[in-house]
Design a protein around this ligand. Structure first.
Ligand code: CTP
Ligand code: CA
Length: 230
């Protein structure tokens, strides 16, 4: 039987991918996180490996988060580091930056962290409590500041004004590409965004036309995105 030739158009390219949620501890037993499952990052990594690229993968770990499964014969080109906080993610990602040609930021990084997590378990009380939070590190921003010649693809999940927010984020963050997708409002469901196997949205390109990509499997979307950025 004829063998299907693997596409190797990304051979010689090394890409850094951030994925999954980050977490911020509240006390010894509690933490803050979000609904990210890491599926979009895993799909981007698996497609890159299939096409011959090397992948440096920084994954925010939480319950239910998925790791990429390197396709046949690609495991030696795949490096995975698991982190929890945004600060750990930034440190690991910055360490990989000099080795890579491009960065794909799929991670859903917490914008705030608990200022001083308690080392013991906080006790229940009857009065209201307030949690002191401070901005967490901007992982993508730190990578951009340290970049030499790398290209950048960011992701944005928006409940409102997806198109306007997407274009604004591409320009504000000075990215080469930004993929923006709608995400369900609380209490609603959506075929795009967190916790679903499908996604669809708009790819914005610096100095170029926006391109609408319909809802499809995240694996299929990863192929389309790589075709467009390759
Ligand atoms: N990002 C990051 N570190 C952060 C926040 C965001 O690396 N602390 C990255 C994400 O991985 C994504 C891109 O920046 O690729 C856009 O994230 P998003 O949360 O949409 O952007 P924000 O500027 O945080 O805007 P918002 O107020 O909508 O959350
Ligand atoms: Ca954010």
């Amino acid at each position: 039987a004829a063998l299907v030739q693997p596409a190797t158009d990304l051979a010689g390219t090394t890409v850094l991918i951030t994925a999954g949620p980050t977490t911020s501890p509240i006390d010894a037993v509690r933490y803050i996180t979000n609904h990210s499952t890491g599926r979009m990052g895993a799909a981007m990594a698996e497609e890159a490996l299939r096409r011959g690229a090397s992948v440096r993968y920084v994954l925010g770990m939480d319950k239910g988060v998925v790791r990429p499964v390197p396709p046949r014969d690609s495991a030696s080109r795949f490096t995975l580091v698991e982190v929890q906080t945004a600060e750990e993610m930034a440190q690991a990602a910055l360490g990989f930056l000099p080795q890579v040609n491009g960065v794909i930021a799929t991670a859903a990084v917490l914008d705030y962290r608990v200022a001083t997590p308690s080392t013991n378990k906080l006790k229940r009380a009857s009065e209201a409590v307030a949690l002191d939070m401070v901005p967490s590190v901007d992982v993508l921003g730190a990578l951009k500041d340290a970049a030499t010649s790398q290209w950048f693809l960011g992701f944005a999940a928006e409940t409102d004004n997806v198109e306007a927010n997407g274009r604004k984020k591409l320009e504000g963050k000075k990215l080469d590409f930004l993929f923006a997708n709608p995400v369900a409002r609380s209490g609603e469901t959506s075929a795009t965004g967190f916790s679903v196997p499908t996604n669809g949205g708009t790819l914005f390109r610096a100095g170029g036309e926006a391109l609408a990509l319909p809802v499809m499997n995240k694996t299929e979307l990863a192929k389309r995105l790589w075709d467009l950025i390759a």
